[in-house]
Every structure is written in structure tokens, then in C-alpha cells.
Design a protein around this ligand. Structure first.
Ligand code: DUC
Ligand code: ZN
Ligand code: ZN
Length: 474
């Protein structure tokens, strides 16, 4: 089956060009300059007119949590609903987190994650491994992760009693990671200190969602980021800090990078657009000031007055942060977020954004915060390179998988007013956002999965991707 995407502006992380993109089956086979086809006229089975539009590699969201067990419930998107929503939003690959908790075997956690995902995904998927209980057995299991196609794993310096690793455990895991070229991903917040602050706030009657962010002060993120960098340095492990939200944490990463350390960081749309002040002011008829629960996530939203959001944009420009993932971890307000109605500590942590990441980041192009090329780099190319998928994903080039988005810069997308999104949530954290731009057509391995305002994909089309080592190892 031959597909031709005609007349668009093909945008890569390094430039843009007017070209037709020729797809044979699941692969891109050529980029053809206008009037320069070496194949003569092409008799395509499917022709997609991209005139006036951008043709970009499908988004790679390297941080999602489908069905994550958290706070006595599970993230509300399944692999089926979450990957379908991803496709709607121009994301064609996710890297989700297989879970191991203390006392569980890593192999069992991973096998369970394969069971949840296999046959249910609309787009391709890969896994990182959460190691939520570093013990001898878990360390031994890390020896075989690369063979499973899992070349990165996540530790938590937060959530004591759930996923938490103390410094000794972090150190031992990082030592093991250096043996195998695994990339260490770190949730960098000082969990034990946060839990004390959170308990003190709750005991003094400060129980609304806003206090989640007060307890998880930026100092807790800066301190843990610094500690993670030092532990990584001592072990020689490369480090990737997830969901960076505090400008002081970025300063720690930038300072380490300036010293030549192999450290990286991502931020998420919520830390670019939403603030602690927004959360304090959130009210609705249905939920009163509990409305702010829709924005309870960790790391938390930060103060706009303190300039954290501007600092995240700046770091994306200066490459002190290298990419943008969602940390997609949706919970409904009813029966899920409302578990913490009387105590913010019981609100399941997470925001659903998988459908909106490509659009939300494109607003950075519209407002002049980032270039068109940097947009592609942040949402597709660097995630693919960082997590061992580049060549197949993250690029429009001969030999790559035909994961392609036709993006209309003159289109418009209204988010979340009523049920306008496709994530399995009863609300949207992005309600009211008006987007300049629109995801028009999405291809996943050569198959059209979104076009003409319709989902045309199939559950089960998505394949498991065994990943190579990160290209950022030195
Ligand atoms: N942060 C969240 O907001 N949700 C899931 C886990 C995490 O670290
Ligand atoms: Zn985390
Ligand atoms: Zn996460």
C-alpha cells in the first residue's frame, strides 16, 4: 500500500522543507522535492493533501501512566482509551511505566504491564520499569531489563511506603544501571520531609487541594534534584529527572551540565501553563474550592509570581531541559479525586494531558517562545533519541516508521469545554484552552488513525517496541 502526503512543509528538529512524503506499507521510503520525483508520477493508493500544513514526525510521549495503581485507585485511562486519545492529539508512541513495588518481583510487574497493554493499543508503545522497591532481587532483575527492550527505569525519592527509595537504595540501583547502560529516571522530591509538612498542614485544618503544593515546596524538589545529581555523579550513572517544575531544580541541572555531567530533564505542559495561584483560585459550582483537585499532581504546580513557568520555557530554549512529556496520569473527579475531599493527602496525584501535549507545545511556537524546529525536537525527536527509539521514531526520513502528523497551523482546537476530548476522564485539566493549530491527519506505521475529524485506527494496531540504549549515554 502506497501513501503519498503531498505539498506540505516537512519540519524536522533541524529545518523545514517543502516535500512530498512517500510511504510504502509501514515505512517512509522517500522525501521528494516538488517536481523532482525520481519515480515519475506516483500512483498512490492513498493521497493526503498537506498544502499549507506542517508534516511532522508523530509525537513521542515518554512519560505516561495508564492504569497506574495510586492512592487506592487506578489511573482512569486504560491502554485502549489512553492510546486512542494520544492518537487524536498527534502522539504515535508512548513509553509507559511498568510498576514494581516493595515486596513484588520486577518480572511479575513487567509481565502484568505486558498483559495490560498487549492487543489494546492504538499506537506503538514501550515501557520503562519503575523500581519501587530496591532489594537484592530487584537489583538482580535489572540485569535482564535491556534484553526485554527496557533501557531506562524510574526511582522515586518521594512517596515513602509506596514507591520510595532511600539514598542507599538509589545508590545501589544507579551502580547497577551503570553496569548495563540503563538510564536512571528520577522522581526528585524529598518525600519524607514532604510527608511531615503535609501532616502538619492537614492537622492544622489546611486540607484543601492548594495545600498539596504548599507541602511540596520547591525546596523539596531542589534538594532532591541536587542529591540525585550527586548520587549519579558518584556512581557514574547518567541521570534524567522527570517532571521538573521548580526553577531552582533547573538551576541544579544546568549547573551540573555546566560541570560536564551527563544529566537531563523534562518538564510537562502543566508546569508551563498552570500555576499554584490558579489552583488557589479554582472554584466550581459542583466542587467549590475542591475544584483545584483537578490540578493535584507531583511535582506540584508552582507559583507564577516566583517565575517558575517562565523559567521552564527559558530552559526549553536553552536546552537546560531537553523535552516535554505529559506524566499523563488521569483520575476522574467523581470517586477518584474526591477520595481527598476532606484531606488533600488522599487526592490521587495526576493530570491527564496525553491528547493535548502536541497542541499545547505548539502554542509556544505561536507566542514566540520556541521555534517550529524546537517544537518538533521537544515533542518527538529528543524523546526518541533519549529513549532508544530514534531512526524508527521521531524523524521523517527514509527507513523510519511512517508515524506522521499533518498539522494545520491555521486550524483551531477548543479543549475540554464539555466532553470534547477522548481521555477517559469526567473533566479536563485544560478546560477552556483555545489552541491555534489543529492535528488534521495522523498516521501510525503507515495506517491512517485520525483523519477528517474521525478516529480511523484500531485497538491492537499498536506494537510493543523493544528499545535500544539511550543515544545520550557517553
Ligand atoms: N506524579 C503524579 O502526578 N502522578 C503519578 C505519579 C507521580 O509521580
Ligand atoms: Zn513521578
Ligand atoms: Zn510519572
Amino acid at each position: 500500500m502506497i501513501t503519498l502526503i503531498k505539498g506540505g512543509t516537512v519540519v524536522s528538529s533541524t529545518g523545514r522543507t517543502t516535500a512530498d512524503v512517500l510511504v510504502d506499507g509501514e515505512k517512509i521510503v522517500a522525501l521528494i522535492s516538488p517536481g523532482a520525483s525520481p519515480f515519475g508520477s506516483i500512483d498512490a493508493d492513498v493521497t493526503i493533501d498537506a498544502t499549507g500544513k506542517y508534516v511532522i514526525p508523530g509525537g513521542v510521549d515518554a512519560h505516561t501512566h495508564m492504569q497506574l495503581p495510586f492512592g487506592g485507585t487506578n489511573a482512569s485511562d486504560t491502554f485502549e482509551t489512553g492510546t486512542r486519545a494520544a492518537a487524536w492529539g498527534g502522539t504515535t508512541t508512548i513509553i509507559d511505566f511498568a510498576v514494581q513495588r516493595y515486596g513484588e518481583r520486577v518480572q511479575d510487574g513487567l509481565a502484568h504491564w505486558h498483559e495490560l497493554a498487549a492487543g489494546n493499543c492504538a499506537i506503538d508503545y514501550a515501557f520503562h520499569q519503575i523500581i519501587g522497591g530496591v532489594d537484592d532481587d530487584a537489583l538482580k532483575a535489572m540485569d535482564t531489563l535491556v534484553d526485554e527492550g527496557i533501557t531506562s527505569y524510574k526511582l522515586f525519592m518521594a512517596y515513602p511506603g509506596v514507591f520510595y527509595s532511600d539514598d542507599a537504595q538509589v545508590l545501589r540501583a544507579m551502580q547497577k544501571a551503570t553496569d548495563h547502560g540503563l538510564l536512571t529516571m528520577m522522581h526528585a522530591e524529598n518525600g519524607p520531609a514532604i510527608d511531615v509538612l503535609a501532616a502538619q498542614l492537614a492537622e492544622s485544618g489546611k486540607t484543601s487541594p492548594y495545600y498539596h503544593g504548599i507541602a511540596r515546596a520547591w525546596q523539596m524538589e531542589e534538594e532532591a534534584t541536587h542529591r540525585a545529581i550527586m548520587l549519579a555523579d558518584v556512581t557514574g550513572a547518567p541521570l534524567y529527572v522527570v517532571h521538573v517544575s521548580a526553577k531552582q531544580a533547573v538551576e541544579q541541572l544546568a549547573a551540573a551540565r555546566d560541570r560536564g555531567k551527563n544529566v537531563y530533564g523534562e518538564t510537562c505542559p502543566q508546569y508551563l501553563y498552570l500555576s499554584l495561584e490558579d489552583q488557589l483560585g479554582a472554584r466550581s459550582e459542583e466542587w467549590g474550592d475542591f475544584e483545584g483537585a483537578k490540578w493535584v499532581c507531583s511535582t506540584p504546580l508552582r507559583s507564577r509570581e516566583e517565575g517558575h513557568q517562565d523559567a521552564m520555557w527559558q530552559a526549553l530554549r536553552t536546552n537546560d531541559l531537553q523535552m516535554v512529556s505529559t506524566d499523563h496520569c488521569p483520575f476522574c473527579m467523581k470517586e477518584q479525586k474526591e477520595l481527598g475531599k476532606d484531606d488533600f493527602r488522599a487526592i490521587p496525584n495526576g493530570i491527564g494531558s496525553i491528547e493535548h501535549r502536541v497542541d499545547l507545545l505548539y502554542q509556544g511556537v505561536v507566542t514566540g517562545q520556541i521555534t517550529l524546529e524546537r517544537w518538533v525536537e521537544l515533542i518527538a525527536t529528543t524523546p526518541a533519541r533519549m529513549f532508544g527509539l530514534y531512526g524508527r521514531k521521531g524523524v521523517i526520513a527514509p527507513g523510519a516508521d511512517a508515524d506522521i502528523v499533518v498539522y494545520d497551523p491555521n486550524g483551531h482546537t477548543s479543549i475540554g469545554v464539555g466532553k470534547t476530548h477522548h481521555m477517559n476522564m469526567d473533566h479536563s485539566a485544560w478546560e477552556g484552552y483555545e489552541i491555534d493549530g489543529h492535528v488534521d491527519v495522523v498516521l501510525s506505521r503507515g495506517s491512517v488513525v485520525v483523519a477528517e475529524g474521525e478516529f480511523k485506527g484500531t485497538t491492537g494496531h499498536g506494537s510493543y517496541l523493544k528499545r535500544d540504549l539511550s543515544q545520550y549515554l557517553v
